[in-house]
Ligand binder design. Sequence first.
Ligand code: KE4
Length: 434
Amino acid sequence: MNAQTTDNRVKSSRLFDRARSVLVGGVNSPVRAFGAVGGKPVFVERAEGPYIHDVDGNRYVDLVCSWGPAIVGHAHPAVVKAVQNAAANGLSFGACCAAEAELAEMIANAVQGVDMVRFVSSGTEATMSALRLARAATGRDKVLKFIGCYHGHFDALLVAAGSGAATFGQPDSAGVPMAFAESTLLAPYNDLAAIEKIMQSHGSEIAAIIIEPIAGNMGYVPPVAGYVEGVRRTCDQHGSFLIFDEVMTGFRVAWGGYRTLCDVQPDLTCWGKVIGGGMPVAAYGGSREVMSNVSPLGATYQAGTLSGNPLGMASGLATLGICNNAGFYDALGAKATRLATGLQNAAAAAGVALQTGSTGGMFGMSFSDTPVQNFEDAKRCDHERFARFFRAMLDRGVWLPPSGYEAMFISSAHTDESIDHVIDAAGESFRSIA
Ligand code: KE4
């Protein structure tokens, strides 16, 4: 294999030039613009199994999986068939359909401590609604998030760390009122002393702490031993809700998500991505008591035209139906481990310092000679080298997330051959950027 395997991207370039004239930045989500890695984004024609095919006829092994949803591979026949069958009956009714309860039961039965869920159409909606519910249930206004964790693009959580040791946030986007930022406290991830200190001062005002139990928006950053348990303890000490944002980890790292891998019971959980299998489906859920605060049972309003959409329900049911089989996650985890180990060995052979790790079908790599445990560590990684690695891998037929601050994903459709292709391409790419 050599570089320039897929250097022909003329059609992509033309499509991007057209898109830029009518779509902001030519994209519908900023990370897709390749701003962090340079070059023009590649336009996808189709995808199947572990592969993405671009409009210029190039094929790539996909390690983004649509940012998680494609856990059984792209265009899985059973998933496509389920969506086609649902579509033949109508795309959306704005009324109840049986599949909503079927998928809700599947999630509630899989996740310990969850009696009821509410479907929404994006992870942002799920986390936004969960925070509103926590505020309603506790009667408190403030929330706490971790620096480097991302929970969607709504005002309350588009908040960056303040200057210095300030624990109150500052808007992380234009248009976020200071008032919102002032209701959001921030703490470094994986630092129990820091959060206990903040909670000692503000715990009685905090409605909820929201956490990615394995962080996937500052690279792949797992919690250090005892950390999530410690966050639960401090929530209990101060009467705050603990919200697991499992939009990324839910049914990705295990059947049922991170909750299955730990003994920590959150008060609310948010899901997205995998539970829709690629269709716009997300949800939040918890105990019957807590969820009964949501309209129409309770006073916490939340609604959505396409919530519980029949095509999304069909896609989610078909996808989770494939995941809910003995050995599925063991096999998926083995693929991710083999890939992460292969990347680690290829980097070592090229004399490149790399951190890698995986949990279930989620994994990551960071150009750093020390472990990445929080956002400060993530910022210290060599992101310029990641950009060069990204382009070298793209030219060798491997589709990585176009940012060093993202996690990576594998599917049950990734074969040994496709994994070997990635490892071989990585060996050449590491040598080309060493
Ligand atoms: P959406 O609103 O994009 O469906 O979900 C927001 C969200 C919430 N929570 C977590 C832990 C998430 O990772 C996300 C979204 N993830 C990003 C990728 N890191 C989606 C990709 C994008 O923004 O284009």
